[in-house]
Design a binder for this molecule. Sequence first.
Ligand SMILES: Cc1cc2nc3c(=O)[nH]c(=O)nc-3n(C[C@H](O)[C@H](O)[C@H](O)COP(=O)(O)OP(=O)(O)OC[C@H]3O[C@@H](n4cnc5c(N)ncnc54)[C@H](O)[C@@H]3O)c2cc1C
Length: 599
Amino acid sequence: MKFRHLVVSSLVAGSTVYAQTQSLWGQCGGIGYTGATQCAGGSACSTLNAYYFQCVPQPTTSSTSTTTTAVTTTTTSRTTTTTTTTTPITTTSSTTLSRTTTTTSTTTSSRTTTTTSTTSSTRTTTSSSPATQPTGTILDCLNSKSVPQALPGSSSFTFEARGFNLRLPFTPAAIAMPTTVPQVQAAVLCGVQYKLKITAKAGGHSYANHGIGGENGHLMINMKYFNSVTLDTTTNIATIGPGARLGNVAQALYNQGKRAISHGTCPGVGIGGHVLHGGYGYSSHTRGLALDWLIEAQVVVINGTIVTASATQNSDLFWALRGAGGSYGIVVSMKFNTFPAPDSNVVYNYSYNWNQAQARTSLEALQAYANSTQFPRELNLRFWVGVYNVQVVGVYYGDRSTFDAAISPLLSKFGTPASSSVSVMNWLNSLNNYAYATMSPPIDYDYFAKSLMTTQLSPAAMDAFVAYWFNTAKSVGRSWYMMIDLHGGPTSYIGSITGDAGGAYAHRNATFKYQFYDSVYSGSYPSDGFGFLNGWVNTVTSISQNTTWGMYINYADPTLPSAEYGNDYWRVSYPRLRSIKSLYDPDDVFYNPQAVQPL
Ligand SMILES: Cc1cc2nc3c(=O)[nH]c(=O)nc-3n(C[C@H](O)[C@H](O)[C@H](O)COP(=O)(O)OP(=O)(O)OC[C@H]3O[C@@H](n4cnc5c(N)ncnc54)[C@H](O)[C@@H]3O)c2cc1C
């Protein structure tokens, strides 16, 4: 028999307790409850059949005509109707906004109530003494609304609560595993009712494990089952669930119509977190960020309703979602424009063993090239810096001869490569090439990572940056890498988008985008490790004006001071993001330690 329900109570060890099953009551340890034991001090009674099982006090009934007691859990029925209302929203700054809200649930379920029915059809109300009145839990609430869960204590809970970064283990209060939008709505209402912070998890690849909450005790709504990818071959608009992984998205769009969106390299990354906070990859200089292809999102907001966000509906929310999407609700579906997947992808790699002086010269040449119109939009380029060498890697969308002409002015500044390779591939093979592991499931590590976005490095900052690279990083003795992407500049697609069209992503004028990544493959990340990467970033930030640098939330660094992360990640967008947060989530329920704060 499976125990489907549980109720928390404060119990005295050894007291007589009853377990609630599908529809029956029975004493723990009694017939039909093999494996269950008496509760001890209010803790879980036992785990049975992979279901978390707790006990409640024996109910007392006021009925005198009860013959056989069958206590059922009833939940206020929900009427599912769809209405569309337009509600004026007045902000604190007296701006009146108009929000169109699609309401799916018109009746909000109330707390689970316990009633007792009898075989003689006499219906009586059951009550426990006030001291032992079951209070119910978030798990009860989800259960009463038929929201699937990974139950605490089960192997699936352990699996779903595991984040990509093993350095930051967090335990949610509950994990909802919805398969339908109404279940997401119900889960949000339960989280609000039980005053929990609510967090969506899509692919679970946040560097700070923000998809698990970034701290203990959240209601995690796992969107993994919202993973469909459907291309409308007439409009070339794709509808994608937030739980789809980048590898699945790329393959599905290609297979359904040879279409694509721009996105990052790792196939295991969830499209949900990726697109809501940026989404940079080898096509971004040519085709922008993943969020630049988003045209609409359906969002379950704090009152459990579904809001459509697009350029024409709730455009404030749409703006905020494109850069800070984890702070406003649970995105359940997204629509994207797509582009034709290019047939000819020139994939290249030139490897150099530079000394410090050559590295300094090359970095300066890179910056000059990125800021010139010599750098064609079709060229995407990254310095991949490791302990032993630098690889100049990327993709050119076009034919081989135009690629050679485009890159040769830059390569001429770099000296002779130790090795090189250039291949022309189709779109999917080029993605595979940079997946560094085929389109396969994710692997997790214990690591620390940081990012940096800079406009123009001053000569002094460049000196300090390269000196740290050669004098400190090369001798630190750990497995680090650092990437410098040609992100912006006059020919970049990213930089070409201006104003509200670009959403809340605030780094469009950044020439370089850096990622610093340091990991251990066994054991724990060393406590003195953080200073190494922080020191590298400080070489630039300590001598640059604040206006010339920022950080990328998709490479979240949980060690940033709480007073700083908002400005680091969102820069000029942050004040407006806070205003919109106050409209949509004034009580800061969609929270993580680095979420947008309401005003
Ligand atoms: C191995 C690896 C490779 C990477 N490569 C790249 C890359 O090439 N380019 C790049 O730009 N980034 C890259 N990233 C970073 C990645 O884009 C971000 O970490 C991204 O946020 C992960 O999304 P996720 O859905 O997998 O993570 P999650 O941890 O599930 O979510 C991340 C954040 O998004 C929120 N969120 C997720 N789903 C929803 C939703 N449905 N509604 C509302 N909020 C939601 C979460 O609450 C959380 O705050 C990489 C990360 C890893 C670990």
